[in-house]
Design a protein around this ligand. Structure first.
Ligand code: ADP
Ligand code: MG
Length: 339
């Protein structure tokens, strides 16, 4: 897919926001491509909810700009009210009106009551015919879909979802996540979705923007982010990673794991994912298995390189590798960062 600035659904630049001295956003910038699903991923307190609220219009930033489909909605002299931004928001606690029927909850965001639109939206989220139920008569997953229907009913350009699965138990989560993904695809809508769960972010997004301390530190497709994180913090935040220090020169860096190509020079860090480490059992191998954790679907094997550096390998349940066994280590991919 070729992207240009014409097909940006959201363009945020340099957003900053402090609450009585607490910095929530600091030079936050983000691009969301039209029709894509982007996840904002970051630890608790890094500013994810504040970023969504600024984009939706519920919080006014101290500085910065936001455009929705090339239309400025936030800027030095611009502050378009939330209901005129064509953005739908699903709040973390759903925020349904408990004393209103499902149908009235969904109709709430519409300019005028429109039973057909309500029915159509409920059908889209798989709740056809439940207009007259009360929220408390529905399961957690169904309540969430009502909140989604309410946000979708007015036909927004973009929908923002704040930790939409955090109130669901683990067994429901996977299913609801897949359902949400297909509802959003069917609606053909751009979505920004917030989570602090790495696996969830990688599993359901076109793009993941990793946030740390109020700013986006890297935005990339899930596989790129995982294999080519921008720095050691992103690498470790996203999963298991082994890091070694090295010195790069002449377009390469030599490490105890092997030699890797890089454009950097000087002190660097080399990051290796356990999934990119192959072990070849061989009595003449130069590395030794130190320990092994067996999980059934895979195993995590720690080996010691000549010189004592440890590295982990995640591989399928066979071969059965035992402590003391000799192996050759083959690394398929690594990322190199400035140290
Ligand atoms: P996240 O959603 O990533 O957990 P938030 O955006 O909720 O993060 O919060 C970012 C920081 O801003 C936190 O330190 C939080 O305590 C603070 N914060 C957020 N909203 C307010 C508010 N209304 N008043 C004071 N501090 C706030
Ligand atoms: Mg939050």
């Amino acid at each position: 897919m070729g992207f240009t600035t014409d097909n940006l659904a959201i363009r945020a630049r340099g957003l900053s926001k402090a609450f009585e001295g607490t910095v929530a956003l600091q030079d936050f910038s983000l691009d969301v491509w039209d029709g894509s699903l982007l996840t904002l991923l970051g630890p608790s307190g890094c500013g994810k909810t504040t970023a969504l609220r600024v984009i939706a219009g519920f919080v006014k930033p101290d500085s910065g700009t936001v455009e929705v489909k090339s239309r400025r909605v936030v800027g030095p002299d611009v502050d378009v009210p939330p209901e005129r931004r064509r953005i739908g928001m699903v709040f973390q606690d759903y925020a349904l009106f408990p004393h209103m029927t499902v149908g009235r909850n969904v109709a709430y965001g519409l300019q005028k009551a429109d039973r057909r639109r309500v029915a159509e939206t409920l059908e889209l989220v798989g709740l056809a015919g439940l207009e007259d139920r009360m929220p408390h008569e529905l399961s957690g997953g169904q309540q969430q879909r009502v909140a989604l229907a309410r946000a979708l009913a007015p036909g927004p350009e973009v929908i923002l979802l704040d930790e939409p699965f955090s109130n669901l138990d683990a067994t429901l989560r996977d299913r609801v996540r897949r359902e949400l993904r297909s509802i959003l695809t069917a609606a053909g809508i751009t979505a920004v979705f917030v989570t602090h769960d790495q696996e969830e972010a990688l599993a359901m997004s076109d793009m993941v923007a990793v946030m740390r301390q109020g700013r986006v530190v890297q935005a990339a497709p899930p596989d790129v982010l995982y294999m080519k994180p921008a720095d050691a913090w992103v690498a470790s935040f996203l999963g298991d990673a082994d890091l070694v220090e090295g010195h790069a020169s002449a377009n390469r860096v030599v490490t105890p794991f092997g030699t890797f190509a890089t454009d950097l020079s000087g002190p660097v860090q080399v990051m290796v994912r356990p999934e990119a480490v192959q072990l070849l059992p061989d009595p003449d191998g130069d590395a030794v298995v130190r320990s092994r954790e067996f999980f059934g679907h895979d195993q995590l094997v720690t080996v010691m390189m000549p010189g004592g550096t440890l590295i982990r390998s995640r591989l399928g349940p066979v071969p059965s590798l035992q402590a003391g066994e000799r192996v050759w280590v083959k690394i398929e991919d690594a990322a190199v960062f400035k140290a």
